[in-house]
Design a protein around this ligand. Structure first.
Ligand code: 13P
Length: 256
């Protein structure tokens, strides 16, 4: 099988939006992206807006998905949303294990692995987030933390038929999220190369690795030029159509 990793840019809207704001943002974004050479692009709004966003993006090159999912398939889990429900809605992506979910909602490495598996089993693409905290980074533990976070995910996904094309990993250093700080390009590449090795060892040769954490129009080109950065997971800048569209076109430079 030839290895083709189409660059991917996904906007994580987090807990932002309204019917009006979503419509304005997407209309403006679609206008800016029209006629451009594009990577794969997606947006992940809060659950209540998935049908609206799905309708606005129907027949467009922009996909959409959810920000989390239940680790369970069905049953007495009040307030939770299953992967099959997201599939029913027409989602393409599900972000799992975002650091804000790990921090505020008690998600563990094991629940994240179960979420990734149920997502994949439902025919959706999990975007599995990993990344170290500021303290862990200062203690030189970055790679060890990432290995720990990835291990149960790789175990759960062992034997994925498409060699990992339907799985995405996002490296998001917690200290870079929403802070305006990013690791050096060399630092980003070193972590991505480490993740790539782990994926290759697990047979996931097609899996894309996104970088997330203070990606902006001004630094996207540098980050996306790194050999093992296959695109970005974008927070704040995804809420601004001009910023996000510029980030998307920067990733298109990786198209072969
Ligand atoms: P920022 O781009 O706002 O730093 O957020 C990154 C992020 O958490 C995306 O999931």
């Amino acid at each position: 099988m030839t290895v083709v990793r189409t660059p991917l840019v996904v906007g994580n809207w987090k807990m932002n939006g309204s019917f009006e704001a979503n419509r304005l943002l997407l209309e403006s974004l679609l206008g800016l992206l029209a006629q451009k050479r594009l990577p794969e692009v997606g947006v992940c709004p809060p659950f209540p807006y998935l049908p609206q966003v799905g309708a606005l993006l129907a027949e467009t090159p922009v996909g959409w998905g959810a920000q989390t999912v239940s680790e369970h398939r069905v049953g007495a889990y009040t307030g939770q949303v299953s992967a099959s429900m997201l599939k029913d809605l027409g989602c393409r992506y599900v972000i799992v294990g975002h650091s804000e979910r790990r921090q505020f909602c008690g998600e563990t490495d094991e629940t994240v692995a179960s979420q990734a598996l149920t997502t994949l089993d439902s025919g959706l693409m999990p975007i599995v987030c990993v990344g170290e905290s500021a303290e862990e980074e200062a203690a030189g533990k970055t790679l060890a933390i990432i290995d720990r976070q990835l291990a149960p995910v790789l175990l759960a996904l062992a034997g994925v038929a498409d060699e990992g094309a339907s799985v995405v990993v996002a490296y998001e250093p917690v200290w870079a999220i929403g802070t305006g700080k990013t690791p050096t390009p060399e630092g980003v590449q070193a972590v991505h190369a480490h993740i790539r090795q782990a994926l290759l060892q697990a047979g996931l040769v097609q899996t894309r690795i996104l970088y997330g954490g203070s990606v902006k129009a001004s630094n996207a080109e540098t980050l996306f030029a790194l050999p093992d950065v296959d695109g970005g997971l974008i927070g704040g800048a995804a809420l601004n159509a001009v910023e996000f569209s510029t980030i998307c076109t920067a990733a298109a430079n990786r198209l072969v």
